[in-house]
Design a binder for this molecule. Sequence first.
Ligand SMILES: [Zn+2]
Length: 233
Amino acid sequence: MSEITALLALQSDDLEIHEIETKLAALEPRIAELDARRRRLADAVERQQALVTAEEKKQAFLRDKIAEHRGLIDRNQAQLDAVKTMRQATAAAAQMEQAKKIVAGEESDLLALNRRLEEMRGALNGVKGELAALEAEQSTARAEVGEQRSALDAELAAAAARRAETAKAVPSALRTRYDRIRNKKRVHVVVALNSLSCGACDTAIPMQRRHAMLASNSIELCEVCGVMMYHQA
Ligand SMILES: [Zn+2]
């Protein structure tokens, strides 16, 4: 097998690998879009949960205060029962009135808070439901993308194994040169002369050089675009 044939076989394997990698890369935006839609709802759930938690803390605090003030009323009642004089009775009754007013205000606050909390929990359940629905809706798409990805991964592994075999037929110095050019992101590294010029950039190649390439079956670099040129017999 000539060097050129071996090198072209290597390039053909590399083009196949490149194609598989392109397909794999094309899956990324689909996955990213699925993730972005899910994240928007997951964030909404998190925000709503934080609101509910904060409101629950206020509720617990208010309940404690009401219990405390009710205890105060009970003590006032006991004092009122124990008073001996009218003056003491008036003072205790006034204190009692005051405490009852405070508790009544707090209880009305608690009612309003309970209603608000119910609404917030409703909204939380709403976004949780949306998230669950989206996850169910996405599971098919995610499974599909996952299958495509593992199929492509398997193809890629097989292509890489083939490439490793093909590479053995290319002399190592030539392979190093080829790999170096290829790593600069070129897809086509080895190109045939296009009658009078470089097959990639169309730079004219002098006749003498073309003839020498044909005679020796040699592979030469294009000084202008850097590809490896050969003369097709
Ligand atoms: Zn060129």
